[in-house]
Design a protein around this ligand. Structure first.
Ligand code: SF4
Length: 401
């Protein structure tokens, strides 16, 4: 395939080539088939001070994967998407065992980059969780190990970094970092920029934040310190965003999911974007977007900006230090909005319920609470009262009867 052909690769071409190769693979076996018609590979970029090249599209494991052999991982691997983003808690604790089953059956551990994460942030717990993860992953090491969902910078201690060094020396982890998606992402990234032990950060980033000065300054600081940056939640946390997606998609070549990924890849500071591709069609659409080298045009950028404006009041940034204190009850508005986002935006009801049930019981009691002051406190004009009522109806219908 020439470079020019590659540039023009459409989703339909990708489907046809993938299907044809799959048929040949069935007849000849995978090795001969790939030799006969090598599939295009997703571009790769260096992940900061790890010095390693990873694909710009990463396989997000926060879902229920097939525990015997997940065909989506196998399909992703064929196009060079060989980075698995796992965590001890993903898929209700089943993600790591599915990844372990996949590479054991495919006999390709050496070709796979595994990142996993610990929900336990103190040094002893961090080390202990890794031992369990390695067993489930059926491996003796992971390429990258994160503190999962860090929101308190106080966990970044010299004691933790000593454990990191030890795990690196024992070759149980290749690199270290953290993931973050709460309201203080920029603060955490600024702090990380001054810590040599941190190799990479996975952070909440999407097209709504291009003009966010604080976040951009933090991203620049991380780049200067050569910390690899991975974007997550690239679709942004929308809840109940009506038909704005359809309007956006009728305006150009890409669907919304592809366009927001391309918008992230356009930022050279970011190495890659993680995506939860829960079916083969979504996987192939995202791979097609990664393979197509054309950049978003002015018309598409404007359409994305208009979409961002039209849906601003449906997109929660998780900054609930603004809205929670305005409510006289121990609610967790950011996390509740996140559960709604998984239900409405990603259409993953199981994941939504999992997040909801992980909240403390008192945070799930939304009835008879006055959220009007939370509405006023939200800087983005989100109708918190409306969404909390929806959450109660959706997740706790019996509480309303
Ligand atoms: S509702 Fe508004 S203030 Fe509360 S977390 Fe979401 S964006 Fe932040």
């Amino acid at each position: 395939m020439s470079q020019e052909d590659d540039k023009k690769l459409s989703r339909r071409d990708l489907f046809q080539r993938a299907t044809a190769t799959a048929l040949v693979a069935g007849a000849l076996g995978p090795t001969k088939a790939l030799a006969a018609d090598p599939l295009p590979q997703v571009p790769r970029r260096v992940l900061g001070k790890t010095g390693q090249k990873i694909p710009i599209l990463l396989f997000g494991g926060s879902m229920r994967l097939d525990q015997r052999f997940d065909p989506k991982i196998a399909e992703a691997m064929r196009f060079g998407v060989n980075y698995m983003d796992a965590a001890d808690c993903y898929g209700g604790g089943t993600c790591e065992s599915a990844v372990g089953a996949y590479h054991t059956m495919a006999k390709n551990r050496a070709d796979l980059w595994i990142t996993t994460k610990s929900d336990d942030h103190d040094p002893a717990g961090f080390e202990k969780v890794l031992e369990t993860s390695l067993k489930k992953l059926k491996t003796d090491h992971v390429e990258l190990y994160f503190l999962h969902g860090l929101d308190d910078p106080a966990f970044l201690t010299p004691e933790l970094f000593k454990v990191v060094e030890k795990l690196k020396k024992e070759k149980k982890i290749g690199h270290f970092g953290f993931s973050c998606h709460a309201g203080n992402v920029a603060e955490l990234m600024q702090k990380a920029a001054g810590i040599s032990a941190i190799d990479a950060i996975m952070f909440r980033y999407n097209f709504r934040q291009y003009g966010n000065k604080e976040l951009n300054t933090a991203m620049d600081a991380c780049r200067k310190s050569n910390i690899g940056l991975i974007a997550m939640k690239t679709q942004s946390s929308e809840s109940s965003f009506a038909d704005a997606v359809k309007k956006f998609e009728s305006s150009g070549k890409w669907n919304k999911y592809q366009a927001v990924l391309k918008a992230v890849w356009a930022d050279e500071r970011i190495t890659a974007a993680v995506s939860h591709m829960d079916n083969i069609e979504k996987l192939r659409e995202n791979i097609a977007a990664a393979l197509d080298k054309t950049k978003l045009g002015q018309h598409e950028i404007e359409a994305l900006e208009k979409y961002a404006r039209d849906t601003r009041a449906f997109a929660c940034d998780g900054c609930d230090h603004h809205c929670n204190p305005a409510v006289d009850a121990p609610v967790k508005i950011g996390a509740t909005m996140r559960a709604l986002m998984y239900h409405d935006g990603y259409q993953e009801p199981e994941k939504a319920r999992e997040l909801w049930t992980s909240l403390p019981e008192r945070a799930r009691q939304l009835r008879l609470i006055d959220f009007s002051r939370a509405n006023a406190a939200c800087p983005h004009g989100i109708d918190v009262a409306l969404h909390m009522k929806r959450a109660a109806e959706l997740f706790e219908p019996s509480s309303l009867s």
